[in-house]
Ligand binder design. Structure first.
Ligand code: HEM
Length: 428
């Protein structure tokens, strides 16, 4: 049934009907299609909506191995399909060579050097010290709608929290942070598409960061950008351009992911009332252990990063017995791997207390999420505050009315309308 041609045999030869990928239904609930792929075609050549072909890897064991395979490069120069590789910075609308060299686009030894330098500045300790500020921001955004009895948790909460948090952490002055919110809003609304607005926002953000780094160099503080400028390893420092690319990737990698972790996580909790009630009771008792495992489980069950970022075979190799030619792109489907019944018991069930939860939501190997401690802090703070301050929070839409963004890499809701008993107005 398949036309002859290089792709024909690879796309054919599987039993049953291949479910349609990238449709509206798929954006709403991709998990049945991923279950089918895991079962029938675990390493599958697929044409993406952009027309570029790539191998989709859906089984946990294959995914974990691929993420750590040094023969799979992150550098788009290894993509054999020139049209597919052209201008691929991984950042929508951005084609500037200066931003090409960020952590998610490079391999060792450059990656090793840059990651070591950034790790000296972006430490777990810095994140831990930031906890009170995340608490303040969380309360401020909830204050914004608590007396109203209804809200859109994406626009009024999940969206502003990470952008203001990362701006604070980086050391973007308060008076400039609203600009970042606007630029980030443009990116999340139109992300992925070659729209002029996104390119303009990225350009403005980058120009601002270059300027800020330049200014801070003469007046170092204790913010993360100053830390990036100060960081040195065996006498090596980040150049100004490298520091700007690093600040940018921190913003970029840490923004929409966190929006969606909070959004998808609350959505899951709202649709699993018994599990959510248990979490609420634990929080009321002051027991934080369940909150910790809950955030990991929400990430496994419906995480923000549906597919890991691009990888390219630098030589002929095999993944799960399927041969992959040099130059072909490989996309590891984290959302599929994290529901693999060969790795997780009852994978389609939410179990907030799940043990042995080695999910791939933050990736694996040398590109493992640098921001995981910050993401965990924000998600725990956000979910705990919503559940304790607004205990009868409920979905204010039918589940099938909710719209998902349907991007390739990220999975997240456009809106999450909720209702709740209003908090009494603060006495003035
Ligand atoms: C890498 C997920 C939040 C910064 C990654 C990767 C994943 C991921 C899957 C690996 C991608 C790959 O191998 O292709 C997430 C999730 C988050 C989150 C689910 C949830 C909220 C953050 C935050 C920051 C951040 C808050 C920073 C402020 C980074 C950076 C990398 C990365 C810099 C690249 C690391 C490298 O290549 O060495 N993240 N991330 N992420 N993440 Fe996160």
């Amino acid at each position: 049934a398949h036309p002859p041609g290089p792709e024909g045999p690879r796309e054919g030869g599987v039993p049953g009907d291949m479910p349609e990928l990238f449709s509206w239904e798929f954006a709403t609930d991709p998990y049945p299609a991923y279950a089918w792929l895991r079962e029938h075609a675990p390493v599958r050549w697929t044409r993406l909506p952009s027309g570029v072909g790539a191998w989709l890897v859906t089984r946990y064991a294959d995914a974990r191995e691929a993420l750590a395979d040094p023969r799979l490069s992150k550098n788009p120069v290894h993509h054999a399909d020139e049209a597919g590789a052209r201008g691929k910075t991984g950042i929508p609308g951005e084609r500037s060579a200066d931003l090409m060299t960020h952590l998610l686009n490079i391999d060792p030894p450059d990656h090793t050097r840059l990651r070591r330098l950034v790790s000296k500045a972006f430490t777990p300790r810095r994140v831990a010290q930031f906890a009170p500020r995340v608490g303040e921001l969380t309360d401020r955004f909830i204050d914004g709608f608590a007396e109203r009895g209804e809200a859109d948790l994406i626009h009024e909460f999940a969206f502003p929290l990470p952008i203001y948090a990362i701006c604070d952490l980086l050391g973007v002055p308060a008076e400039d942070q609203d600009d970042f919110r606007d630029w980030a809003g443009m990116m999340i609304r139109h992300g992925g598409g070659p729209r002029g607005g996104v390119a303009r926002s990225v350009k403005k953000m980058r120009a601002y960061l270059v300027e800020l780094i330049h200014r801070k160099r003469g007046d170092l503080g204790d913010d993360l950008i100053s830390g990036l400028i100060r960081a040195s390893d065996h006498g090596e420092h980040l150049t100004e351009n490298e520091a700007a690319a690093m600040a940018f990737i921190l913003l970029f990698a840490g923004f929409e992911t966190t929006v969606n972790l909070i959004g998808n996580g609350m959505h899951t909790l709202l649709r699993h009332p018994a599990q959510r009630a248990e979490l609420q009771q634990a929080l009321t008792r002051g027991d934080e252990a369940l909150l910790e495992s809950a955030v990991e489980e929400l990430l496994r069950f419906d995480g923000p990063v549906e597919l890991a970022t691009w990888r390219y075979a630098t030589e002929a190799l095999a993944i799960g017995g399927q041969s992959v030619a040099a130059g072909e792109p490989v996309l590891v489907v984290l959302a599929a791997a994290d529901r693999d019944p060969d790795r997780f018991g009852a994978p389609d069930t939410v179990d907030l207390a799940r043990r042995d939860n080695q999910h791939l939501g933050y990736g694996h190997g040398i590109h493992y999420c640098l921001g995981a401690p910050l993401a965990r802090l924000e998600a725990r703070t956000a979910l705990a505050a919503l559940l304790t301050r607004l205990p009868d929070l409920r979905l204010a839409a039918e589940p099938d009315e909710l719209r998902w963004r349907g991007g390739l890499i990220m999975r997240g809701l456009r809106t999450l309308p909720v209702a709740f008993t209003p908090e009494p107005a603060a006495a003035s």
